[in-house]
Write a protein that binds this ligand. Structure first.
Ligand code: SAM
Length: 281
């Protein structure tokens, strides 16, 4: 069966080669061309599966320039696959500009499901998975890293970060400092590989274990943090409600402003009134 002309987004294993799906193998065999983040790196995977399809490089530095070229190949009737070094393309990997451009030019983009470190790690973390926020890599510079975490401090969703081994200690320190030393976290390392490890505990506990054992500072890491939980008895007030309250307080007495903000956001007026008093509104 010939493959319909489209750009196929094909996830590849994040450690265990068995995780390349039979459908992924079939697509990679049948497309005219595979766009790879790194042709040498992916060459090993492709040869393992006996796939001899032609490859071309598509990475962060040439993606925009290559996007039109890919469209020309599609226009010429060639089906193309996009793969990255590991996992799902576009997830902290190249492909976003390509997909946007191909869609804008009216061609189909067909996704295949498959490995993704964030989702694989989350599924076994024991942290709430009903709502989560994937945040990619934290900034490398300390101030930017702390600022970024401060933005998420009161986010009730599970937070997922990718991290490199040489920055893991800095990131754990920053998480303990900004989100709190007692924030529950899970560090998933080398998922699907021989030394797969899940460390769980408070930020302070996980930091101590990682600092005490150099092996925990090796390999590939997904860091997950429990979302913000208001202290017992204290109602959590979303940032947007605080903004409303602050604005209303510029025109109205606190009591009235709290009642209106409570109505707008479906919160308890006493909690907003108390917050207003504490904040000196
Ligand atoms: N596109 C990939 C995906 O779908 O997961 C992610 C690519 S990103 C450049 C690479 C990062 O993903 C690593 O630095 C690490 O944080 C995470 N990662 C990849 N493979 C992993 C693994 N086997 N175990 C834990 N984390 C992994």
């Amino acid at each position: 069966m010939t493959l319909p002309v489209a750009l196929y987004i094909v996830p590849t294993p994040i450690g265990n080669l068995q995780d390349l799906s039979p459908r992924a193998v079939e697509v990679l065999e049948q497309v005219a061309l595979i766009a790879c983040e790194d042709t040498r790196h992916s060459g090993k995977l492709l040869s393992h599966f006996g796939i001899s399809t032609r490859t071309t490089a598509l990475h962060d530095h040439n993606e925009r320039a290559r996007a039109q070229w890919v469209v020309e190949q599609l226009a010429a009737g060639q089906a193309i696959a996009l793969i990255s070094d590991a996992g799902t393309p576009l997830i902290s990997d190249p492909g976003y500009h390509l997909v946007t451009h191909v869609r804008a030019q009216g061609y189909d983009v067909v996704p295949l499901p498959g490995p993704c470190a964030a989702i694989t790690a989350l599924s076994a973390s024991g942290l709430p998975s009903d709502r989560f926020s994937f945040e990619g890599f934290l900034p490398a510079k300390e101030k930017a890293r702390l600022d970024k975490l401060a933005e998420m401090k009161e986010d009730p969703r599970t937070l997922i970060f990718y991290e490199s081994p040489h920055r893991i200690v800095y990131s754990l320190e920053a998480i303990a400092q900004v989100l709190g030393a007692d924030r529950q976290i899970v560090m998933a390392r080398e998922v699907t590989k021989t030394f797969e490890t899940f460390l769980t505990g408070t930020a302070a506990e996980v930091l101590a274990r990682v600092m005490a054992d150099d092996n925990q500072q090796k390999g590939e890491i997904v860091l997950m943090c429990h979302g913000y939980r208001a202290a017992e008895g204290e109602e959590q007030i979303p940032a947007v409600a605080v903004t409303t309250l602050t604005l209303l307080c510029q025109e109205l007495p606190l009591k009235k402003a709290a009642a209106l903000a409570a109505q707008i956001h479906g919160l308890k007026k006493n909690a907003l009134y108390k917050h207003g008093l504490e904040a000196g509104l």
